[in-house]
Design a protein around this ligand. Structure first.
Ligand code: UD1
Ligand code: CA
Length: 460
């Protein structure tokens, strides 16, 4: 197999997005559009990847910093797709093999399709191979003109006659090229067309004239080349990727009650026999175990859930861990670095931040637990608050195994509640409570007998 190189064309402005953000950085299912494109290219195991940027070059370059092996070249001004590819000549100098050209705004391309493109290109020994698709409405696209079945040219919609506009086979703007004749040929492309631009597709006519082999690969699923030029197309493409992910999970044994209303980002995994109710939103690098149930309107970001976890409606879980058989919600908020132990319970209106809640422990109602390390089988009463912030720094609270925190208590950190200790309801605990002790820190109740009657008589 010849060496494979990739160039992604991403210098275009994306005028119709009406955005200060470069088009290829807009998110599709949680990843910038260009990241989807680069991932489909990664599957080919390329020897090099180059991205051609232009509009918002610095922003795109910053985003690509997470991929240090990617070369970035700037096209300025933007004189068309042929001119864009020419900018990649320098990073590819001295390289041989196959160059695959991708569009930064077409994030639905499947890796398998690229493999098929390269396989055909290599098997036929072509100088160029064009990925094409037959579509119901080819308006706006470049049309594939064939003679005796073989491709002879690509004509842009704006330059096309009425007859050519009737052709339903279109150019995807995804190609494989033999590197050897490519850049010299690109330099001889003219710009005599409706847009006065250097068109990359013009290489087809040029190659055929020179007797170089040009092949095509026709897409089975034309939706793969859907590009994003507007917010409306952004939504269409996002929905395609959502459907793909949901189909994949359902095929692997996950129940998704309402696939159209369930968004699961590409890097999320969900175990078999888990059930996802409408409005579930799973983001980032989230992992959900087997037999979990996520009720409606649950959002989970970069978190790990064990098996048999139940999350009731309207919970938000971020950068946290929930161990097997735990129950969360409804209306619970797990903020970063929280760790809910096996079989533990976090009930309604409970917020955890950087808090470990041990195995079998319960915080069933209305609590704030921040910077706390809570042991096993602890009971946190309704209204418990860890006062972890003194206005300057965050302080830890430690609650040992089997402790019982009575309702409406404040634990003023730093503070430790010993093993099996009790805190009386309504306490403001400012000092450690030793193991096995009862801590009471509240005003002593006074009952004034007959007070009501006495008040009445005063009034008369
Ligand atoms: C292009 C093709 C057309 C094809 C269609 C498929 C040309 C002339 N036409 O048209 O045959 O049917 O894609 O979607 O190639 N870009 C640059 N620099 C430039 C111009 C464009 O980097 O100077 C990049 C864009 O950012 C984009 C890609 O090239 O990622 C395609 O450009 P675009 O302007 O969207 O081309 P289309 O008019 O859609
Ligand atoms: Ca386009």
């Amino acid at each position: 197999m010849p060496e494979i190189h990739i160039v992604v064309l991403a210098a275009g402005k994306g005028t119709r997005m009406k955005s200060a953000v470069p088009k290829v950085l807009h998110q599709v299912c949680g990843l910038p559009m260009i990241e989807h494109v680069l991932r489909s290219g990664d599957a080919l195991g390329p020897a090099s990847t180059t991205v051609v940027v232009g509009h918002g070059a610095d922003l795109v370059r910053d985003k690509l910093a997470t991929r240090p092996s990617v070369s970035v070249v700037v096209q300025e001004p933007q004189l068309g797709t042929g001119h864009a590819l020419l900018q990649a000549e320098q990073p590819l100098a001295g390289r041989r093999g196959t160059l695959v050209v991708l569009s930064g705004d077409a994030p639905l391309l499947r890796p398998g399709t690229l493999e098929r493109l390269v396989d055909t290109h290599t098997a036929k020994g072509a100088a160029a191979t064009v990925l094409t698709a037959s579509v119901a409405d080819p308006t706006g696209y470049g049309r594939i003109v064939r003679q005796d079945g073989a491709i002879v040219s690509i004509v842009e919609h704006r330059d096309a006659s009425a007859e050519i506009r009737r052709i339903g086979e279109i150019n995807s703007s995804i190609y494989a090229f033999d590197l050897e004749p490519l850049f010299a040929a690109l330099r001889s492309i003219g710009s005599e067309n409706a847009q006065g631009e250097y068109y990359l597709p013009d290489l087809v006519r040029l190659y055929r004239k020179r007797g170089l082999g040009v092949e095509t690969v026709v897409l089975d699923d034309p939706s793969e080349i859907l590009g994003v030029n507007s917010r409306s197309e952004l939504a269409v493409v996002s929905a395609h990727l959502r459907d793909r992910k949901n189909e994949e999970l359902m095929a692997a044994g996950v129940t998704i009650v309402d696939p159209a209303g369930t968004w699961i980002e590409p890097d999320v995994s969900v175990g078999p026999d888990s059930v996802l109710h409408p409005g579930v939103y799973l983001q980032g690098r989230t992992t959900i175990g087997a037999r979990c149930e996520l009720q409606s309107s649950v959002r989970i970001v970069d978190s790990v859930l064990g098996d048999d976890v139940f999350v009731n409606s309207f919970c938000v879980i971020v950068e946290s861990r929930v161990r097997s058989a735990a129950r969360i919600g409804p209306f619970a908020h797990l903020r970063p670095q929280s760790d809910v132990g096996e079989g533990a319970r976090v009930g309604n209106f409970v917020e955890l931040k950087k808090t470990v809640l041990g195995r079998g422990s319960k915080a069933n109602h209305l609590a704030y637990l921040g910077d706390a390390t809570i042991g096993e089988k602890v009971n946190i009463g309704a209204g418990t608050i860890t006062c972890n912030y003194d206005g300057v720094s965050k302080n830890p609270t430690i609650i040992e195994d089997g402790a019982f925190i009575g309702s409406d208590s404040q634990l003023v950190a730093p503070v430790r509640i010993g093993q099996g200790a009790y805190v009386a309801a309504g306490s403001s605990i400012t000092r450690d409570v030793p193991a096995g002790a009862l801590g009471i820190a509240r005003g002593t109740q006074v009952n004034k007998e007959g007070w009501v009657e006495r008040r009445k008589s005063r009034k008369t």
